[in-house]
Design a protein. Structure first.
Length: 74
């Protein structure tokens, strides 16, 4: 097993620390971008509108179906 000097170990620790700081900064930027819901809605405007229309149609149909069931029982 190769032995390292204390200076080499310190240098390795410092290099790892710098790499970790860089990775953490990059991760914070990526998280901020992904969780920016206003930007996501702007970028995917068409998909959001289609999803809202489908959800409204399904919800409206479900309410109508339940209302129809209650009207039949009377």
């Amino acid at each position: 097993m190769a032995t390292r000097t204390p200076e080499q170990i310190r240098a390795s620790i410092e290099a790892n620390r710098m790499e970790l700081a860089h990775s953490l900064t990059r991760l914070r930027g990526e998280v901020a971008e992904v969780t920016n819901w206003r930007k996501q809605i702007t970028e995917h405007h068409k998909q959001v509108l289609v999803g809202a229309a489908v959800a409204g149609f399904v919800l409206g149909g479900g309410i109508a179906a339940v209302g129809g069931l209650f009207r039949r029982r009377r």
